[in-house]
Ligand binder design. Sequence first.
Ligand code: MG
Length: 410
Amino acid sequence: MKPITIRNIRTIATAPMGASWLIVLVETSEPGITGIGCASFRMRYHTVITTIERYLKPLLIGRDVSEIEDIWQTSMVQSYWRNSPVFNSAIAGIDIALWDIKGKMANMPVYQLLGGKSRPAAAVYSHADGKDLQEVGDNFSKFREQGYKFIRCQLGGYGGKVHEITSPDNVLPGNYFDPPAYAKSVIKLFDYIRENFGTDTELIHDVHSRLSPIDVIKLARNLEPHNLFWLEDAFPPELLDWYTLMRQHTLTPQAVGEIFTHPREWEPLINDRLIDFIRLNITKVGGITPGKKIAAKAESNGVRLGSYAGCSSPVAVAATLHVNLNAYSFGAMEWNSWKYMEDVMSEMFPGLPQVRSGYMYANDQPGLGIGINEKMALKFPCPEDSLGMDIHDVPLWTTTRTPDGSSTRP
Ligand code: MG
């Protein structure tokens, strides 16, 4: 049988929800079979477009679409230096599209190609935020009424902007926060949530690696009475050795990895059972091909999947969903809802995954079961490409500072 080959690779940048998304279309020699993938890197998507257009496209045009593993391995080493958020995102866009194509060729959903469903739907957690306890409580209450079993609670955003901050003269602009005040506010927040809403809901909190190592260990220990489902990103990738001390001092479950770009970053944490959930970010690891391997590695050590989908496109959400439906080690996945854009999103991404009572369902269409309305996508250009808007060129929220003006992790 003559192989189906890659005829063309195109990218579509769009931002209907504000975050810049980069959708990849892999067109094939077979009329009517096109694969869709996601290569989004919100803050640097032009570099991903260049990687795909200048380097991956010439490498891959003419390749047999069925050889996903070899295409992934070849693409990863082609530049000799490998693994970066830019490069992994670019490869992920093509890898996810090739899995979509394989599903279309087999006339099966991707979760079937991976081994079938371990569960009918994937539990999602939503994000209850607010400027004060009452507002977080109101949002928490709304999600509970919608049937969510898992809710992430944050007071005043990530890292918590909880009060006025006094700084020295001449500090630089930035997103200021006060670490000790934040740590205290987290305890108050969970006291409030448990007192008002009981113990039926699984609770999550994201530290965003914004505390000093010893302070986040103290926080995790102080949160033990509230029995969190997980504490997210206690330490940044450069300080992972601290997880040993964390485990020695608290039983609060740990989730980490949404900014990892290499499976080796999880490996010692999984091998030594120092974490409980991996925050698998399907575009930043390089697609479904490495994603399924990382999930299997976690499973073999009793570590579960707590998948990232923070500012992910619907295509990345769909790819993540298919992995989560199959992976025995799945726990819960992030989902921020399409909010007031539900109608627009359904029209722009036909086959959008559906959420009912806190569970996300895939449709049973071949491949990922999602497409894109290109004309509509073009109506929502990325902020960086719109005249007068450059907020994602130098985003404020990633320019984070502590009260004395020092730069810190966003
Ligand atoms: Mg996070």
